[in-house]
Write a protein of this length. Structure first.
Length: 511
């Protein structure tokens, strides 16, 4: 009979087995390691601030209850670093102050456990503000070891500069561990919450109301993008996940719900993943009656500047090696003018797609013969101009062929009154003088449908109900959409969109 060879137990599993034994010991002592409540009356940061002037060696008679995760244990538990959501405070636990029964529980505390302490405030002779513990309560026994904090901070820097696969796997697949050991991650995601709050705050101050529109659509619309498709069993019909809320929001404008509306929406696009794209993302889209894209430019820059000032205390930010000034007003350049400024070539002089195609090829820009005039100009702009636009700028007057929902430019029928705002070489906003002519809108949709039939998977389909809505009348309207994730990246100096999304989309992990 062949003897089976046992696989070696990993260090992680060994630690887990030891902690399981401690869990059993707690049970033997009548201690519930996962209780229901614990009454706290202070946060670490509040205590650090309140007693910042307490002299070394001094003690108060003020008692507090705090709770948090144990991040370090020294001198057999006499000194514990406790971290709550506000920061860190030291726990001083000595046998002279704690009962023998609770000292036995203290011996079963590990790094990673969540523990509650009650005690007075003292500052050690070395100057560390501490809670002189009188009581403690196990609140959640951690069965797995935390990553080494120093290694994790080092890995974070590697991720920012090298994007190594092993680091990325740890950081994004187990975000809870990343949050536990890295203050920088906690700070970024808290800033994200504050940025969203300030976006709402600014718009409410301007008289906008917040609305909600469907995430499940009967057809993809509102942007040129490839959708995710799902199936509704009860209705036995395919639906698409929202790629943009635009057409539903404009239906609300037709109905006269309010002169100013916005939606903070989750959108889904079945496209590539990179440092600036995640299949599931957050955007804000807003509409205002009786204004054009000029008003939207002012609103865009004032909104971003307000949020930066409120969140960071300044409109001059650092992103990578670049200092970026978000102070309004921002520069404005036409798309064709920006290309001419960068390359010396004026695509406004070319009146056919064939002429534009030949010139783009001469400039070594990858284009296809099937592209129309507007698509070629867009390709040239993206390659030759976009990466150079570090300071905020509104790129205005896009070709009509690539702007199916924007009004024709009042001075040039080949163009539209559309702009995209660029900062740090990225698009952060897209806006129009909205197309309100239902006949023109039908022609644009038909051109998109033809492109789709010819193989353009991102082209829009004809939305008959939306055309019907326009036939009831849509007032002159300005509209703008802004990517929240990229705005957060910009304001937190984050190198990748995955850093600002708590749970980014990842490839399924093999067992």
């Amino acid at each position: 009979m062949t003897e089976q060879v046992k696989e070696p137990v990993s260090a992680k599993e060994t630690i887990r087995q030891t902690r399981m034994q401690k869990l059993a010991e707690l049970a033997d002592k009548g201690v519930n390691p996962y209780p229901y409540v614990f009454d706290t009356d202070a946060k670490a940061a509040d205590l650090q601030e309140k007693y910042k002037d307490l002299p070394a060696g001094e003690e108060t008679q003020d008692f507090y209850s705090v709770a948090g995760r144990v991040m370090a244990i020294r001198n057999s538990g006499m000194f514990i670093d406790l971290m709550d959501t506000s920061g860190k405070i030291q726990i001083f636990s000595h046998k002279d102050n704690i009962s023998s029964e609770q000292m036995q529980i203290l011996k079963l505390v590990d790094i990673g456990d969540i523990v509650g302490f009650h005690g007075s405030i003292r500052r050690t002779p070395r100057g560390e503000l501490s809670i002189k513990a009188k009581d403690l309560k196990m609140l959640s026994k951690s069965l797995l070891p935390l990553p080494n904090k120093q290694i994790s901070e080092e890995k974070l820097e590697q991720i920012k500069s090298h994007h190594t696969m092993s680091d990325t796997e740890t950081k994004y697949r187990q975000r809870y561990l990343d949050l536990i050991v890295n203050e920088s991650t906690r700070d970024t995601l808290r800033k994200r919450s504050l940025i969203i709050q300030k976006v709402r705050e600014y718009l409410f101050k301007q008289g906008f109301i917040e609305v909600e529109t469907p995430m499940l659509h009967t057809q993809a619309s509102g942007a040129n993008a490839r959708p995710f498709i799902t199936h509704h069993n009860a209705l036995d019909m395919d639906l698409t996940l929202r790629i943009a809320p635009e057409l539903h929001l404009k239906r609300l404008m037709v109905g006269g719900l309010n002169d100013k509306i916005f939606e903070l929406s989750r959108c889904f696009r079945n496209e590539g993943i990179d440092t600036r794209h995640n299949p599931e993302f957050t955007m804000i889209e807003l509409y205002q009656s009786f204004v054009d894209y000029n008003e939207m430019m002012a609103l865009t820059e004032n909104l971003v500047a307000y949020v930066a000032q409120e969140v960071l205390g300044t409109t001059k930010i650092q992103y990578g090696d670049n200092e970026i000034d978000l102070t309004p007003p921002w520069d404005r350049k036409t798309m064709i003018g920006a290309i001419k400024e960068a390359t010396g070539v004026d695509f406004g002089e070319f009146f056919t797609s064939e002429e534009a195609y030949e010139k783009a090829r001469e400039m070594h820009v990858e284009v296809d013969e099937a592209m129309n005039w507007g698509q070629i100009i867009d390709a040239v702009f993206e390659e030759k101009v976009e990466p150079t636009l570090i300071q905020p700028v509104h790129i205005i007057d896009y070709p009509r062929e690539i702007s199916p929902l924007a009004k024709v430019h009042r001075d040039n029928e080949r163009l539209t009154e559309r702009f995209e705002t660029r900062v740090n070489g990225w698009e952060i906003a897209n806006a129009f003088s909205e197309l309100t002519d239902p006949i023109d809108q039908r022609h644009r949709f038909e051109a998109q449908a033809l492109a789709k039939a010819n193989g353009d998977e991102e082209a829009m389909e004809i939305d008959e109900d939306y055309i019907t809505a326009l036939e009831y009348g849509l007032a002159p309207t300005g509209g703008m959409g802004m990517g929240i994730d990229r705005l957060v990246m910009l304001l937190t100096n984050s190198p990748t969109i995955r850093d600002v999304i708590a749970f980014p989309t990842l490839k399924k992990q093999e067992s």
